[in-house]
Design a protein around this ligand. Sequence first.
Ligand code: F6R
Length: 620
Amino acid sequence: MCGIVGYVGHRPALDVVLGGLRRMEYRGYDSAGVAVLDGAGALTVERKAGRLANLEAELDAVGRDNFAGTAGMGHTRWATHGAPIDRNSHPHRDTSQRVAIVHNGIIENFAALRAELEADGVEMASDTDSETAAHLVARAYAEGDTKGDFAASVAAVCRRLEGAFTLVVTHADEPDTIVAARRSSPLVVGVGDGEHFVASDVAAFIEHTREAVELGQDQLVVITREGYDVRDFHGDAAQAKPFTVDWDLSAAEKGGHEYFMLKEIEEQPEALANTLRGHFESGRIILDEQRISDQDLRDVDKVFVVACGSAYHSGLVAKYAIEHWTRLPVEVELASEFRYRDPVLDRDTLVVAVSQSGETADTLEAVRHAREQKARVLAVCNTNGAQIPRESDAVLYTHAGPEIGVASTKAFLAQIAANYLVGLALAQARGTKYPDEVAREFAELEAMPAAVQKVLSTVEQTRDLGRRIADSRAVLFLGRHVGFPVALEGALKLKELAYMHAEGFAAGELKHGPIALIEDGLPVVVVMPSPKGRAVLHSKLVSNISEIQARGARTIVIAEEGDETVRPFADELIEVPAVPTLLQPLVSTVPLQVLAAEIARARGYDVDKPRNLAKSVTVE
Ligand code: F6R
């Protein structure tokens, strides 16, 4: 959701800001805007509903020369308060048009603030909650204790705002300074040579610098050409955490692929290898920032995995492994449901919060609820320093690199691998697995990048199949055991990318209802277990396939290489390498990702930016 970028330096700000917005397009948005300070007291703003291209066309129409200046900011908005139309797009200005703000998040007390401003005679120009901040900063700068002090004015306004926000503020009287602030919403500073950036995401400035600073909760930063200064909302100096981004521009570019998603599917072996690297040393599993002791892990008597969407499916997969390895009960829960049902939590509960972005509001709220109940929270996250790891007791980073396609692919596989590391760490601490068993499980995980690479070398057949079934009305997905969450994930991918009705079921449930959906020619994807590893389940699933085939379904079977028993029941057979049962999701998910992408392409859709979706869902 909303992307924010601010810049003060020596380059044309408009180019830097538009470049940053382009790199954050993946977050999802429905309008965009920019503001540039010309250094001589002029503040020029342009904003437009729709894609960035609309804004660029408007900038061409009014003349880009009007936007000369080396300080500025930009915003991509995902509408919450007020429709996605020009006047609700950011930046918003105060009545004198000297102050401009861009905002991410929701100002929860905006109604009261708006009423107060209107009572003072301020006429609102938009329907947004955000605009109130522009008027409040202008007022704080014009009068009272903070008069003439830009940073103090922003801090004073932040103290009054309730809810989650990242704010970036410019003032025409201070053309060489940008002030940015955050509470429960992302903000990073980019540190360059004679130039500084603020952004929701390092992708916005990765082209210019990999040196970054992660702002803490309720912190504010003042950037100029010369440096940056971090304070709290009371104006006191504050500590922020510098880091170096461990990927570069090439990771944020398509590299010759038509879509980011197709590139990210191909990057999965590397994402897995990077996620596992460094986590097994001297015969032991090592997690990252581990603020949970081995004794705490020994005391755990129950595990919850909380997450949304694909990350939730990664938790469903992990449940099988963690329960098997540790004998601990594992509950996997949609983060959006978790805190509303009063889950039973205490200090011996381990809550694993899985989130690629680390920003998902539902998951963040679940983390907060768990910590209030004294449970220990371990985040599995792909984004350095995001809010969820920051508010957790420990973090295990997936190193999938930036995922720009909206649909989760490489992050999903990396989440499964990371969740498995958590399971092995628990088994190791609790002694439910001998060290040589932990070492063997880890070695099997380490062999997975090669297995996934093998699947990738054979996906042409799946692409061809995708094109052939692209005009189906619906597709069903069936699986059992770890194949069940894979079926759910396959259905989710197809829904979000191809806008096609798709449902995943546990195959055993078929006869309890879903079999009524089977009709002539309906494609049904079946994720088969191994005939050797899970012989009983395998034969039950073969019966399920024959039942649906008898009722006219077109069966598409994902099966282990050499699985001859299933061949007669498969109208289409997609073979994947034989791997240990618990690791099967890492290979069987890949053809389903390819299938969904190919069907979406054949239907003419942009697979990187599916309609209505945002990459980071920062509202509940
Ligand atoms: C589906 C997808 C979403 C995310 C979900 C959670 O392809 O990408 O379902 O998995 O929104 O996002 P994170 O992992 O960022 O919390």
